[in-house]
Write a protein that binds this ligand. Structure first.
Ligand code: C2E
Ligand code: CA
Ligand code: CA
Ligand code: CA
Length: 279
């Protein structure tokens, strides 16, 4: 799980991966793997200022019988290129909603939310809103504890339509996080218009926040921006106590990173959750 959580596994030769044929072949293998149920979400804890687990981000993993657990860097780009991301994303949403329903029933912390990454292609599919609603109904997951992580890339296509879809889902209680904030085509104009609940401070800014004064300014600014827009700021990629302390002192109220736990299979996360609750 460690290797998969930290992206250390290199399965495909980058030169090979660059060739179109190899990508098509991988795409075909992935489709078959998806049908065999080899993809599953791992869960990484999100904690509040008091250190309590308040959420879990679902992160896709490929359990390849031959190569073991494969991290998203190895397959998400190909899934995006081949359009498989739509079905893969739907499968991750379905699995995460099932898990959320189970946690709501069996472990209840009453507030634990589950965050699911939604690719722009998936979000832009004409049936996206109704598919999410169907998935919630089928799984019995509480909609107000489902959170969708989107990126600025989905605004490039049709911003009005994107806002419209977000509003439709928000009416059911679903929350929205803006992932990788500051790394894409951010516009403060869109930030103000989108019905968001949370901004995720990208790990690229968090990583060197204690040594790079520019990163420190960026992180501070994002936290202030979130506060003034009434949004929660969550820092991702928090690996050390020192970074955690800095973020806390800067006004950040939510954290995610190896310091609080690696992404892990649902059963392991459930055990960690139970243990945290019994303390
Ligand atoms: P992301 O959404 O920005 O997810 C955060 C990534 O940071 C995850 O990588 C996570 O394992 C990793 N991470 C967590 N804590 C730390 C830390 O303390 N330090 C460092 N260096 N990294 C940390 P992962 O799981 O390999 O996923 C990579 C990306 O793949 C995700 O980035 C997301 O963009 C994409 N992805 C993963 N699952 C899905 C999915 O189901 N659907 C879609 N569309 N994209 C997904
Ligand atoms: Ca994410
Ligand atoms: Ca919510
Ligand atoms: Ca991110």
């Amino acid at each position: 799980a460690k290797a998969a959580g930290r992206n250390t596994l290199r399965l495909f030769d980058p030169d090979m991966q660059a060739t179109v044929n190899a990508r098509i072949e991988l795409g075909t293998r992935m489709r078959a793997a998806l049908e065999r149920g080899e993809f599953e979400p791992y869960y990484q804890a999100q904690v509040n200022a008091g250190g309590q687990i308040t959420g879990a981000e679902a992160l896709a993993r490929w359990n390849d019988p031959e190569h073991g657990v494969i991290a998203p860097a190895q397959f998400i780009p190909v899934a995006e290129d081949t359009g498989l991301i739509i079905d893969l994303g739907a499968a991750m949403l379905e699995a995460a909603c099932h898990q959320l329903a189970r946690w709501a029933r069996d472990v209840d912390t009453a507030t634990l939310s589950v965050s699911v990454n939604i690719s722009a292609q998936q979000f832009q599919h004409p049936d996206f809103v109704s598919r999410v609603q169907t998935t919630l109904r089928r799984t019995g997951a509480p909609p107000d504890r489902l959170n969708l992580e989107i990126t600025e890339s989905l605004l490039l296509h049709d911003t009005e339509e994107a806002i419209h879809r977000m509003m439709a889902l928000k009416r059911h209680g679903i929350g929205f996080s803006l992932d990788d904030f500051g790394t894409g085509y951010s516009s403060l104009y869109y930030l103000k218009r989108l019905p968001l609940d949370q901004i995720k401070i990208d790990q690229r800014f968090v990583r060197d926040v204690l040594t790079d004064p520019n990163d420190a300014v960026i992180v501070r600014t994002i936290i202030l921006l979130a506060q003034s827009l009434g949004l929660e700021a969550i820092a991702e990629g928090v690996e050390t106590e020192d970074i955690h302390r800095f973020l806390e002192q800067t006004g950040c109220q939510a954290f995610q990173g190896y310091l609080f736990g690696d992404p892990q299979p649902a059963t392991d996360f459930t055990n960690a959750l139970r243990q945290a609750l019994s303390q």
